[in-house]
Design a protein around this ligand. Structure first.
Ligand code: FAD
Length: 384
């Protein structure tokens, strides 16, 4: 049976096995959907940040459900920022893709000067832009695409976005800023998409299959859905019942119900105090979501320090304290999920005292051998 327009709330776990989900149906009624196998494919969590290319529903619901159920999650500190999203009031932000820089468009700062090799990887260009914006006290830099001929014909989708924004790439520089784009980590899976919990599978951006490591290569994410989604179905059809020590699951190897952490370090999450209220005003939910997004963008975005991560954590805990326990309003649930995933991201960002891939700590600028491991949250008890 297909249940459409439902909102998944939480996993149903019985005897350590996932047997379905609690959900809200299209009329807002709470239902139980029971299944021998449950596949989470809920996408990313770009809505953690104030500036993102992700749609409003990218609130990390699958990762939050996994965290609440104690399923192993990793690599959340590696959130990829796209360097050149159009700086425009619309959210999600339209992307001015790498193709423009690849064909010769130049990045210029507030003084009109070039400051970075435009062809460097996303993380490097994002860091250079963010550092320059902080230095000059501005919210944007400029992409000079005036050198590109036949823009409309070569880049029709971008041309349409620019036209809608009232910008002409042939005659004016385009305002750009980094935007949260892709969650590299997520629910740890093996190469079949099996998670650390029997009966639970994950595919797509919500998963951490090991494809991206600390830094996703552009366009690698579609394979997470297309390849691993298909592999989950094939594995279930072939009668596979447990995760194997492949892909990111090598981190939590051994039997999924009593795995040993190999090359991984477990993290504890901060203590949280939920509100005792049972309702919350709709407008307040919107404000709290913005508050959380601003805090993560400012303090735990492209550039981070121990102090800034602490500020973001304080802001997140303040939001959490206003969320009523037990409500099943999807907007409140999404906010609670953002807090859940945000807390895990911040714990990992704090623990990773180095800079690697998409995670940049200005107080620990280099990569360290000791951190060549996954920071794992949840999962079966460690032993051995
Ligand atoms: C602007 C942009 C451009 C991109 N370009 C590329 C590219 O060129 N190449 C590339 O490889 N990748 C690209 N990506 C990344 C790629 O699109 C995503 O990683 C991919 O679409 C994620 O697919 P998914 O199936 O995991 O999740 P999604 O496509 O996000 O689907 C998740 C679904 O789950 C639903 N959902 C979420 N929570 C719940 C819940 N609680 N209950 C019920 N349903 C829920 C959502 O509504 C949504 O329908 C781009 C991303 C963006 C934002």
């Amino acid at each position: 049976m297909i249940h459409e327009r439902c909102f998944a709330l939480d996993l149903i776990v019985e005897d350590g096995r996932c047997v379905g989900v609690h959900a809200l149906d299209a009329d807002g009624r709470r239902i139980e959907v029971r299944a021998r196998h449950t596949l989470l494919a809920t996408g990313g969590a770009g809505q953690l940040f104030a500036v993102t290319t992700n749609p409003p529903e990218a609130t990390g619901d699958g990762v939050a459900m996994a965290l609440r159920a104690g399923v192993a999650v990793a690599d959340l500190e590696f959130f990829q920022f796209h360097p050149t999203a159009l700086d425009h009031p619309s959210m999600p932000r339209p992307l001015l893709s790498e193709a423009l820089r690849g064909h010769g468009a130049l990045l210029r700062d507030a003084r009109g000067e070039r400051f970075v090799d435009e062809l460097l990887p996303r993380d490097v260009v994002s860091r250079a832009i963010t550092a320059r914006m902080l230095e000059q006290g501005v919210d944007r830099v400029w992409l000079d695409a005036t050198v590109l001929d036949h823009f409309d014909i070569r880049f029709p989708t971008i041309a349409a976005d620019l036209d809608a924004a009232g910008l002409d790439p042939a005659t004016e520089w385009l305002p750009v800023a980094p935007a949260a784009h892709h969650q590299c980590g997520g629910i740890i899976t093996d190469l079949n998409g099996a998670t650390s919990m029997p009966g639970l599978w994950a595919a797509g951006e919500t998963s951490c299959s090991g494809v991206h490591g600390a830094n996703r290569l552009a366009s690698n994410s579609l394979l997470e859905g297309m390849v691993f989604g298909a592999r989950v179905v094939e594995a279930i059809a072939a009668g596979v019942v447990a995760a194997e020590a492949t892909g990111a699951m090598r981190t939590v190897a051994g039997r999924p119900t009593s795995g040993t952490v190999i090359g991984g370090q477990r993290l504890a999450l901060p203590e949280r105090a939920r509100s005792t209220a049972t309702t919350i005003d709709r407008q307040r939910v919107v404000e709290l979501r913005h508050q959380l997004q601003r805090a993560l963008t400012t303090h735990a975005g492209v550039l981070r320090t121990a102090a800034s991560i602490r500020s973001a954590t304080d802001a997140l805990l303040a939001v959490d304290a206003e969320i009523p326990a037990g409500t099943v309003d999807p907007a409140v649930c999404e906010l609670a999920n953002l807090v859940e995933v945000g807390a895990a991201l911040l714990a990992a960002a704090d623990a990773r005292e180095e800079s690697r891939g998409a995670h940049a700590r200005t107080d620990f600028p280099g990569a360290h051998e000791a951190f060549r491991l996954r920071l794992v949250i949840g999962g079966p008890p460690a032993h051995g």
